[in-house]
Every structure is written in C-alpha cells, then in structure tokens.
Ligand binder design. Sequence first.
Ligand code: C2E
Ligand code: MG
Ligand code: MG
Ligand code: MG
Length: 282
Amino acid sequence: YSKSQGGNSFHFYNKEMNIHGHDYLNVVSDLRKAIVEEQFVLMYQPKINIKQNRVTGAEALIRWEHPQKGLIFPDNFIPQAEKSGLIVEIGEWALEQACKQCKQWLNEGLGELTVAVNVSSKQLAKKDFYAKVKSTLSRHKLDGEYLELEMTESLLIDNSDELKLTLRNLHQLGVHFSIDDFGTGYSNLGYLKEFDIEYLKIDRSFISDLACNQKNKTLVKAIIQMAKGLELENVAEGVEDEQTVKILKDLNCEIGQGYYWSKPIKVDEFESFVTSFNAYTH
Ligand code: C2E
Ligand code: MG
Ligand code: MG
Ligand code: MG
C-alpha cells in the first residue's frame, strides 16, 4: 500500500488490483457494509472567486473511513462502486449530506455558499434521478440555486432525450452544472451547447504547472476564451501556488480551487477557513 495523497492515511486498495476478481468482490462486500454502517464522510474544498478573493462555496469530496483499513480515498473505491452499481446509493448519501450541510451554513450565516456534488453516470441514468434531487432539496428546504452538480464530459456524450429532460428539469429548480476535468475527455464539444452548463472546470493537469509550461498556458487561455464565448464560467482545478493565481487572474479566470488555498477539509475546519478568509477585504 502507498502513503500518497497526503496525510497519514494508507491504502490497502488500489485501482489496478481491485477492479477484477477476488479483490473486487471483497471491496464490493465491504462497500455494502459501509453503506449500511455509514462509514463515509464528506470533506469540503473551498472554491475561491479569484478577483474578489472570497470563498464562494465548496466541493464535497467523499472519503471512506474503513474500520480496519483506515481512511480510503475515492480513486480507490469509486471505480468499484461504479462497476457494482453501489455508487447510486453512495451518491444519494453524498447528495443528502451535502444539501443538509449547505442549508446549515445558510442558517448559521456563514455566507451564501454553494455546494458542489460529484455525480456519476450510473446515477444520472436512473429514471428517478430528478425526483431524488428534488426531494432532497425540499427535505432540507434548500433552494436549487445553492446546489451544483459536477459531471465529466463522458456523461454528456449520451445525447439522449431522457438526459436532456433530466438536466432541463434540474436546471428549472435552479441547480447548476459543471463539467469536471474539462479537457481530458472527448474532443466532440457539441454537448456544450446542448445542455444548460454553467461552469467548465479546467482539469488539474493543465493548471498545476501553468507557471512554467507555455503550452498549457496557451491551452488554458484558449479554453477560457472559448468558455467566455459560450457564456460559461471557468473554474481552475489544482491551483497550487501564487504564480498560478496571478496568471489565472490575468487570464480572467473566475474561480479557483486547489491546495494553494486549501486541501479538502473536515466541515469544522472548512467553517473556520471561510470565516477567516472572508473576514478580510483582500
Ligand atoms: P474531482 O471531482 O476532479 O475532484 C478533484 C480532486 O483533486 C480531489 O481528489 C481533490 O482532493 C484533488 N485536488 C484538489 N486540489 C488539488 C491540488 O491543488 N493539487 C492536487 N494534486 N490535487 C488537488 P479526491 O478528493 O481524491 O477525489 C478524486 C475524485 O473522486 C474526484 O475528482 C471525483 O471524480 C471522485 N469523487 C469524489 N467524491 C465523489 C462522490 O461523492 N461521488 C462520485 N461519484 N465521485 C466522487
Ligand atoms: Mg469534482
Ligand atoms: Mg476534477
Ligand atoms: Mg476527477
């Protein structure tokens, strides 16, 4: 197992070893138990409006607190959860927690923060996805305006009428959509005009070395221009240093997310982060 991804967490699971055979079956049976016993936790990573230098919201990122194996990161169990279909229940849990949390922030006066939840294709393909989101929002009396759904390009390649209707209905509730990991998926960009997308999240692989990689700078500049032409906002993922922030500001990128500001953190740490960050007029 590795000690990567920061902290002292170790990983007994890894993608290569667990997507097939015996290990896969073990993970799936552990995941079933994890759902029942609620072994998951959401961490929150701030999203920063770069020009105003304010926290605008958070992305909710799931972790698995395995009773024997310790903290497990999503890359080491989401693929198995997707393959087995368990992602549908896990995703519902994440949506529920995130909406509940966001409503609490509004009630506590932490600010007009939005919460972003990652959605997988298996969830979106379910006939009742819209109904589930709608009922979750109303259960927590949360206006759809505060919810953002992040999906990858590959999810939108399926240009079906059902998908269009689902997204249109969600959009009517005020829900926002982001394209996650933009630039790493398909080259067919037609879907950008088919759906009511609002944010392009430029993949970390273009951002992390922006300050020293001229080609990435050219690509990011082009993506930002294109997005603006389509009236989309840009989110830069994986911002790790001040130089990158400066470049993004010059390129008029609206929103940033990354270790430069904060890693994904527990809810109480997130609340302190917002309180102190937004207290200053930067
Ligand atoms: P993502 O949605 O693209 O999330 C961004 C990932 O980049 C997160 O990894 C985050 O911790 C990491 N990151 C953020 N800023 C930086 C940075 O400055 N440098 C570096 N090196 N990394 C940064 P994480 O939390 O391990 O999540 C990995 C992926 O797992 C997510 O990628 C998302 O696709 C998936 N995921 C997480 N939570 C959920 C969930 O509730 N449901 C589903 N379906 N997928 C989820
Ligand atoms: Mg995401
Ligand atoms: Mg991403
Ligand atoms: Mg990703």
